[in-house]
Ligand binder design. Sequence first.
Ligand code: ATP
Ligand code: LTN
Length: 335
Amino acid sequence: MTTNKPVLLSGIQPSGQLCLGNYIGAIKNWVGLQNDYDGIFLVVDLHALTVKQKPSELRNRCLSFLAQYIACGIDPGSNLLVIQSHVHQHTELAWVLSTLAYMGELNRMTQFKDKSTKHQENINAGLFTYPVLMAADILLYQADLVPVGADQKQHLELARDLAQRFNQRYSDTFVVPEPFIPKQGARIMSLQSPESKMSKSDTNENNFIALLDPPDTIRKKIKRAVTDSFTDIQYDEENRPGLANLLVMYAEVAGMEIKQVVQQFENKCYEVLKSELAEVIIELLKPVQSEYHRVIQDKKYLSDILSNGAENASYRARKTISKVYRKIGLVPRVQ
Ligand code: ATP
Ligand code: LTN
């Protein structure tokens, strides 16, 4: 499947449970952009290995994430859905790019700093070179646009720098990818500690809404979300981050501007905002969950999608990697 449309590529690592932050910051935009692009959506299982995973859970989660992409509205008929490890050129290109990436620039990556603080017992080399593998994911398919949340901006800049560095050293080879980061909703915050971002692998499940959470769990989690001791409804990200986060979530889920949400809840109390927010989230997730439960049962359907994805993606990946190997001076293997 090759089209004349520009290439859109993104991915999520199968760690934890897909959450509302991932949906609002990334998946929602994948769905909105898919018709205008040649889309490639990855389940980046090799990235997930940078944090300890239980093998049986990782295996199930890859299929579950795939089914959730589809349930959220990604059309497998017009996009490629690919498990990263099915296309071995990702790691091959990552090696080449790692010889162009400087220790200093990887050292500056805030995600590396955050993750090494969180996982002090396992600061592995993969965690450090993680952004190089991400650059390989993107450059391998000559992606034009990469829709992600705000936390990935720095990684995207590295991918652009590496593409430009390679092009300058060896002549034009890679498309320099553009990030697509939404103006609103690019950083949904944790429900219990609204000064840090909502994360799907947070050990405290009360910090996030999982896309597969049942309605009562959603009601409970939103009700318990940390706010402040004021009583009026105003958007003030700096001084009232918990409330601001609820307003952003409402706006994103209901398809409104923050201003409109503030107006709608003017003179109402936090309880009302919280209970109505829970209901709009439940409404959003109801069709996603029922589609998920249908799709996840159909293993043949999912494995056909993956085999088509791997085949098409491998074809494109082979083209890029052989060009790269030729340009850097590796001797081609005689068939
Ligand atoms: P983990 O906790 O396992 O590190 P995560 O929730 O931070 O996971 P990623 O796999 O790192 O999620 O990110 C998947 C996509 O979701 C990326 O595009 C990322 O920018 C986006 N994203 C992650 N968290 C948020 C958030 N809180 N708000 C908006 N977008 C987010
Ligand atoms: N590092 C990303 C996940 C990711 C990705 C990608 C996103 C891996 N490869 C390629 C976009 C394009 C994250 O969200 N943690």
